[in-house]
Ligand binder design. Structure first.
Ligand code: NGQ
Ligand code: ZN
Length: 458
């Protein structure tokens, strides 16, 4: 029975009522009709729900960092910063095994699903063994993360990372970065090894880590060999320190330099892009690239605030990611995105457009669009040809009582802290029912075992 009947469904043009959604055996939507008569409950017809939304795309993840959450929140001797956090993260990455990587990712993915994400882009850079050697299978750790995604049931875009240098101007890697080391050839070898993994649930792109860690020559080499539709992600301008390093190296700011030296277009996703001059804001918007915003991690690491209002005014495309996974909630990312702007501008209701005045609707629809583009998969819409990736809200919750349709997402995104995601379907298969992930117990047990093992290394 590949059918769902929603009393109200969020379609690309907005809310529609009495919507019958059908999908095929591969999990692709084949029909969406609104204004259809409700099927009899319990008959051969469709499952009936009240509110259905397209599942969200988490466009930026380093899944192993999920195991570090909450453990870097004590002040050290020095002035704590992004860079001191990074040292702790490197230390944590030193001993993690492929089995740990898989167990942590499975836990994270089950949590992401329970909070409304149905797709995720993994920016994957722990690719070598602790001693710096390539694993016998070059895509060993990437395959583990994909296995976790398949087990949990989340769609994934795997982005093997290009990571050759420790700073602008091709500075040699530090010993603590030995597990991350890849050159263009390594990355292409990993991409090739992952070819057999590609299917309706799995896509493969690439990610030059940053302009600190990858050269333009290398980026060009990878792009030349990669099929044209595959997504390309890069970290950029997250910290003022990076902007300063870039200026002293080339006289150009990171985004300025990227736009001048690399053919940035719709296939690109610029992660963070926090610190931008006016011409960089318009340059990204004009390129069609997605700004990959990760508000909870950016807050946690003390990055700064993305110039959202100006970027949106110029037609910029954005999506959200949870990056270090201090949060696994799409609602929390979107709430922080809007609240950061309100605090900065001392005004309300910033993330809107001329035609969409409803903040939560604008945020959810906008992040779907940018997230789908960054994932390079047909997701992010309840529409024919897209994946049947659907989130059902808990209509029995008090926050959902007596709402007009244009208040539903406002209540979901901005009111309270209960998780209003009740059921989640990915590719037409239920993976979360009544707020429980189907494999939650087994996945959590393995995660706890992993934490116990990792604690012994400290
Ligand atoms: C990362 N994370 O690769 O995990 C980075 C830190 C770096 C964020 N930028 C390392 N949030 O940028 O060098
Ligand atoms: Zn990142």
């Amino acid at each position: 029975m590949n059918k769902l009947f929603a009393r109200h469904a969020l379609l690309p043009d907005g809310w529609a009522s009495d919507v019958l959604i059908e999908w095929d055996s591969t999990g692709a939507i084949i029909a969406v009709a609104s204004g259809t008569p409700a099927p009899q409950q319990g008959s051969t017809g469709a499952t009936r729900v009240e509110y259905a939304l397209p599942g969200m795309i988490n466009l930026h993840s380093h899944s192993f960092q999920r195991a570090l959450g909450g453990r870097t929140e004590k002040a050290g001797d020095s002035k704590d910063s992004f860079w001191t956090w990074r040292d702790l993260m490197y230390r944590f990455a030193r001993n993690i095994t492929p089995a740990h990587i898989e167990a942590i990712a499975a836990q994270l993915f089950s949590e992401c699903l329970r909070h409304g994400y149905t797709s995720l882009c993994e920016f994957h850079y722990v690719q070598r063994a602790p001693d710096g050697a390539m694993y016998p299978r070059p895509a060993e750790t990437a395959e583990r993360v994909i296995a976790a995604a398949r087990l949990a049931g989340i769609g994934i875009t795997m982005l093997p990372v290009l990571y050759s240098y420790s700073g602008f101007g091709e500075m040699p890697l530090k010993p603590e970065q030995a597990r991350f080391k890849t050159d263009a050839e390594d990355v292409l070898r990993i991409v090739e090894a992952l070819e057999e993994q590609r299917d309706v649930q799995v896509e493969v792109g690439v990610a030059p880590h940053s302009l600190r860690a990858a050269s333009v020559t290398q980026i060009a080499e990878v792009l030349a060999a990669l099929p044209k539709q595959r997504p390309v992600h890069i970290h950029i301008a997250e910290q003022q320190g990076e902007v300063q390093q870039s200026l002293s190296w080339s006289g150009r700011r990171p985004v300025q330099w990227l736009l001048e030296n690399v053919p940035v277009d719709r296939r690109w996703c610029l992660i963070h892009a926090t610190h931008l001059a006016e011409d960089e804001i318009s340059g990204i918007a004009a390129s069609g690239a997605v700004a990959g915003l990760c508000p909870t991690t950016e807050a946690n690491l003390g990055d700064g605030l993305f110039p959202l209002e100006s970027f949106l005014a110029q037609g910029g495309v954005f999506g959200i990611g949870s990056d270090s996974h201090v949060s696994q909630s799409a609602v929390e990312e979107l709430r922080w995105l809007e609240y950061g702007q309100r605090l900065q501008h001392q005004r309300r209701n910033i993330a809107v457009s001329a035609t969409e005045r409803n903040v939560a609707d604008f945020l959810w629809q906008g992040a779907l669009r940018g997230g789908a583009q960054a994932a390079g998969r047909p997701v992010g819409a309840i529409a024919t040809g897209h994946r049947a990736d659907i989130v059902v809200l808990d209509d029995a919750h008090p926050n959902m009582f007596g709402l007009a349709l244009d208040e539903v997402l406002g209540s979901f995104v901005f009111s309270g802290n209960d998780n209003l995601v009740r059921d989640v379907m990915v590719g037409g298969q239920w993976v979360v029912r009544n707020q429980q992930h189907l494999a939650q117990q087994a996945i959590a047990a393995r995660f706890k075992q992993t934490l116990a093992e990792l604690r012994e290394f400290r």
